[in-house]
Design a binder for this molecule. Structure first.
Ligand SMILES: Nc1ncnc2c1ncn2[C@@H]1O[C@H](COP(=O)(O)OP(=O)(O)OP(=O)(O)O)[C@@H](O)[C@H]1O
Ligand SMILES: [Mg+2]
Length: 392
């Protein structure tokens, strides 16, 4: 460790050298014979303590303290003879005084005392800094935890209230289908009737998926956030989801290559949740292509070791780096409806699609990653194959 440095300021050359001889055995020393020289040395050499004469040729010792840059803790010990000066020394910011003629042991003892106090203060402030970093970190964690628990309470409330209207919608879709089928017997070859049946199928499929999601969420809240995973064929789930998405007017013109394995791919999962993730990713890809007439969404699925990887890729504009960091955060969305003046109006996205998707995939023991560049954007979902060491 470097020895601490004491700056001695006195215009009397004899006093200066006496003090220097006393101090230099224990500390590094600097000397100055005027207030200006002292201030320059304080600025350039950052001494740890100053022994300061009160009467200097260009200014008083008190002026030196007053002109020193603020924000640096530097103890000043005054050299004084009169009682009046001793009192003023403390009032003007000195921490102590020594009197002429100097007693070497006393001088060293006083310097050491004040340097020790300075060291302890500096340790204390670095401890304070560490403590405040810890507190800040914990506060951030608490805020995140609070947001997550408020979010899950909100979801539980919504889920409870969804069941009744959903049951009515499912029942109504069944009635419309049955009646339309009867109508078809009476009036075959009517295109409108086929359309009604097709859209009724979409309503039925959507409401059933919603119902399964509600079941899964209810089970999760009952089981402390653990879903009931079952081994099912992922190929079939994705094929069904693709049929469903193709029927949706929002997507169908944009679906390009769809490469799904013809063989069964067993994965332990809640199928409605996995279907929901794929739907979120495909909807996001379609939204990104809103201004691209040549837009295309490719979906591929392949096995890789103990994993199966599903990639949803679109050739739209790339995602900027600063947005990439945020897109998995709850409520982050860039989807805004544009008002007449061209300013931003209310968002039309909830910003929950990717947040819930990642939560679902992580609960299945998998991961979701993204790459984006000039060519477009690709989200890849990796899930462990059932029966392998990675399986959940
Ligand atoms: N394929 C993509 N290409 C470009 N940006 C994307 C893509 N997928 C997601 N994003 C960006 O990530 C943001 C968050 O997506 P997320 O699905 O979580 O919410 P959202 O789509 O905005 O809202 P919601 O899912 O409720 O409709 C989007 O607003 C968008 O900026
Ligand atoms: Mg989305």
């Amino acid at each position: 460790m470097q020895p601490e440095t004491v700056l001695i300021v006195d215009d009397d050359i004899v006093s200066l050298s006496v003090l220097e001889n006393i101090v230099k055995n224990s500390y590094a020393t600097l000397t100055a014979q005027s207030g200006t020289a002292a201030l320059e040395l304080i600025e350039s050499h950052c001494p740890d303590l100053v022994l300061l004469d009160i009467n200097l040729p260009d200014m008083s010792g008190f002026d030196v303290i007053a002109r020193k840059r603020e924000g640096v803790f530097l103890p000043f010990i005054f050299m004084t003879a009169s009682t009046e000066d001793k009192v003023r020394a403390f009032m003007e910011g000195g921490v102590d005084y020594i009197t002429k003629p100097f007693d070497p042991d006393e001088v060293v003892a006083r310097i050491e005392t004040h340097l020790r106090i300075k060291r302890e203060l500096s340790e204390l402030s670095s401890d304070n800094l560490k403590l405040s970093e810890i507190v800040q970190g914990q506060t951030r964690e608490l805020i995140t935890a609070e947001r997550h628990s408020a979010f899950s309470l909100m979801i539980q409330g919504i889920v409870h209230n969804l069941r009744n209207p959903l049951t009515s919608a499912m029942g109504a879709a069944d009635i419309v289908r049955k009646n339309t089928e009867k109508l078809r017997e009476k009036m075959p070859y009517l295109v409108e009737i086929e359309k009604i049946l097709k859209y009724t199928y979409i309503i039925k499929k959507s409401t059933m998926t919603l119902n399964e999601m509600i079941d899964a969420m209810m089970t999760r809240s009952r089981q402390g956030n653990r879903s009931q995973l079952m081994v099912q064929d992922l190929s079939q789930i994705i094929r069904e989801e693709m049929d469903f998405l193709r029927a949706s007017s929002r997507i169908k013109t944009k679906l390009g290559l769809v490469q799904i394995s013809p063989y069964a791919i067993p994965v332990r999962m809640v199928s409605a949740e996995i279907a929901q993730v794929i739907e979120n990713l495909v909807h996001n890809a379609a939204d990104a292509l809103i201004d691209s007439p040549e837009g295309r969404i490719d979906i591929t699925m392949e096995k890789e070791g103990d994993l199966v990887k599903i990639a949803v890729e679109n050739n739209g504009p790339s995602i900027p780096e600063q947005i990439k960091e945020k897109i998995f955060e709850p409520f982050f969305t860039t989807k805004h409806r544009w008002n007449q003046e061209g300013g931003k109006d209310k968002p039309i996205g909830t910003g929950l699609g990717l947040y819930t998707s990642r939560d679902i995939i992580q609960r299945h023991g998998g991961s979701i990653t993204l790459v984006s560049g000039d060519w477009g954007t690709r989200f890849t979902v990796s899930l462990p194959l059932a029966g392998t060491s990675k399986a959940a």
